[in-house]
Design a protein around this ligand. Structure first.
Ligand SMILES: [Zn+2]
Length: 318
């Protein structure tokens, strides 16, 4: 199949890094644009492959996405994130969470101030969970040009969502229109420039094929947004919520035949796990809890030189 031109610079100088397989045994090619360094799956995954990747099991089959203990830990991180985010926005701010999932970030934010809270989430179990929160005005679907009026929002957040977007730069144009002057834009993505990617390559959890369509080196995304009238006000490469698990699952991916076994287990995806025999799940869980502090420490170290597993960027609209 013909190679697609780069979404950012339109160049056709795409270089293959490796072949990569998803949890459904589908194959993809992963590589980067040698002209601007944006990484992508090329060719673009088919509609069938994407539909399969966002099936019910993606959102977790139970009441919540993960098991109760993991949900508690994640909620704690979300509350911390919400507290930090609330400091950068005015009272009564109008906030939009694009790809708000089950709404727990907005729910956590609602406890930090008197905000008008909007969330976007396509159909699926995750958004169904968000509908439970009365304080969130939820749009089921995708962000399009007419979804919101111009200059509506004081703050817009995308947490591990930007890399899923098929047309990220069109989305950024819409974001710019619906954001007020001086609005805060927070984008958190996996860091393709991390030590984790350098070490684990195709086994890296955060490549998450085929859901992560494009992966942006932080410098490239910052330069693009600054050109489009945003000012970078903060960048953070330390994430105890996302990074230590990135290392742990990637190590397990190198040892095990199938990828993301522990992650799927934590989501109660029993179908996927039932066909798995190998490094026992119980040992994987022990490894997960016992080595967690170690990999928080290594991520802290990596973050000092901007090589942490994920990156959170904050911008202000000029
Ligand atoms: Zn390019």
């Amino acid at each position: 199949m013909a190679k697609l031109p780069c979404l950012l610079c339109n160049s056709v100088s795409w270089e293959r890094e490796f072949e990569i397989q998803d949890i459904f045994d589908e194959q993809y090619l992963f590589g980067y644009c040698s002209s601007c360094q944006v990484f992508s799956l090329n060719p673009f995954p088919s509609t069938r492959q994407l539909k399969q990747a966002y099936d019910e099991s993606y959102y977790g089959v139970g009441e919540k996405k993960f098991n109760p203990l993991v949900e508690r830990v994640i909620d704690w991180f979300r509350a911390k994130n919400a507290a930090n985010f609330s400091k950068g926005i005015p009272d009564n701010a109008c906030v939009l969470d694009i790809g708000c999932g089950n709404g727990s970030f907005l729910n956590a934010l609602s406890k930090k101030g008197n905000f008008e809270l909007h969330g976007i989430e396509p159909k699926g179990k995750s958004g169904d969970r968000a509908e439970e929160y009365r304080q969130i005005e939820l749009h089921r679907g995708y962000l399009e040009a007419g979804t919101y009026q111009p200059n509506k929002f004081d703050a817009i957040v995308l947490t591990h969502v930007f890399e899923h977007l098929p047309k990220p730069f069109e989305t950024l144009q819409i974001i710019r229109k619906i954001a007020r002057q001086n609005a805060l834009l927070q984008i958190e993505i996996p860091n393709i420039n991390s030590w984790q990617y350098k070490i684990f390559k195709s086994k890296w959890l955060h490549l998450d094929p085929p859901r992560h369509l494009n992966m942006f080196p932080p410098k490239v995304l910052i330069a693009h947004l600054e050109k489009e009238g945003w000012k970078l006000v903060d960048e953070s490469y330390f994430s105890p919520q996302f990074s230590p698990f990135g290392v742990q699952q990637s190590i397990l991916n190198m040892v095990c035949k199938k990828r993301e076994v522990l992650y799927e287990h934590l989501k109660n995806n029993t179908d996927y796990i039932s066909s798995y025999s190998g490094f026992p799940i119980l040992l994987q869980k022990l490894f997960h809890w016992l080595s967690f502090p170690l990999f928080v420490a290594t991520d802290l170290l990596a973050s000092i030189v901007k090589k942490g597993g994920t990156v959170k960027l904050k911008f202000r609209k000029l």
